[in-house]
Structure formats: C-alpha cells, structure tokens
Design a protein. Sequence first.
Length: 261
Amino acid sequence: MNLVVCVKQVPDTTEVKIDPVTNTLIRQGVPSIVNPFDKNALETALQLKEQHGGRVTVISMGPPQAKDALKECLAMGADEAVLVSDRAFGGADTLATSYTLAAAIRKLGNYDIILCGKQAIDGDTAQVGPEMAEHLGIAQVTYVAKLTVEGAAVRVEREHDVGYEILEVQTPVLVSVVKAINEPRLPTVKGTMKANRAEIPLWGAGDLAVSEPRLGLKGSPTQVRKIFTPPQRTQGVVIQKETAREAVADLLQKLADAKIV
C-alpha cells in the first residue's frame, strides 16, 4: 500500500504576524511547528502501514525551513519525504497550493491513499485537501474520525453535526482526518537519528509539470483586501447582590442605562 501524507509547517499561532503590504503571513523569524492535524494524518498512515504493509511518503510545500517539519515526520516513522519549494510558489492561495501539490503527487507516481489533516491552523480553510482531489480526479472523504481498509475498499466514519456518516470508497482516495481519529506517536531516538541523516529532495517549478500562470501569488484568484486585529474584549460586569431579586433588578437597570432594553 502506497500512502502519501501532506503536511504543512505552520507558524506558532501565538506568534502569527502579517505583512501589511502583501497581506500574507510573515514566516521569517517566527517559531514554526508541524500542523497538528497533519500529525493525526501521519499517525493514520503509519498505523495502516503497520496493518497492511507498504510505504509512507510525506510531502510538503513551503520554504527551505520546512525540511525541519519533514524530518520530524521521518523521525515519527515515515519512509521518505519530499519538499516542494520554489520562489514561484510564494504567496499561493489554496487553489494554487493544491494545484502545485497535486502535480508533485503525480510525480511521485502510484498511490493508494492520500492523507491530510482536516485543515491548517494558520489559514483554517480546510480547502487544500479537497481541491487536490479535484485536480487529481479522485474520490475524497473529509472529517474522517475512523478508517479501515480491506483490499481496495476504504471504510470511514465521517464526523457530522448530528453524529457520524459511514461511507465506503475505492482507492485511490484522498482522506482528511480530524483530531479524534488517534493520538500521534512521539519521535523515537532511533528515528530522530535516522531523520537527521536523511537527504530530503527539493522539487522546484522546473521539476513539476505545472503552468506558470497558476503558481504562487500571481496564480491565486483569492485576494486579501484588508487585514485587521479585532478589538480586544473587555471584561464583563460582575453583579453581586444579597438576593437574586436585587441582582435581577440591578441587571435590568444596567441594561436600561446601556439602552439595550
């Protein structure tokens, strides 16, 4: 079984900064982590490999520093990793990103299941995975909380607002997973030593069958017009009275003074 896991190196959410000119994330000098949901996707792939055999390939699109995220994935147990990186890819929205990653997966060759986290914690769009499936022309299942494989059949339980949907699809398929699916393992010492010695290939635009007008910022139809920081919430009013009747009366008076009632 050939398993491909897409991961993203994201800024620590407490340290996110925005370039006021380009309205894109500033990544230089900002602490980065492996997108947490992508670790769940990797753990799912590793468990499938343990059950059915095969190979786990991790792929990421990002700047050269994203190799650190890929090495962490190798330390967890992935067999190989590829970094898709080129200045031409910079500033890509979800459509341009999914287009480039889909081209990289085609270059990888045969695959049975592509696994992604349900979304990245920096953009929170949950669009790249499904868009990749569309580019590749394969089935997709999102928000998966449980997954089993029997031959070419993939059976999943998909989170829904009122419960779970049970679906069965045939490989090849793209699956995006939620946190509830598993608890990602920690890198081992042996795995970390192996990952540190690993040479991660870097694929640029010239290595992929891609069209220049569809890459990066220029190939992104999504345009951010304005970014602003929401005003900080003020602390609510605490009402302390001897009785509930007095507290209600005081609350009503405050609401009336604020012209809410």
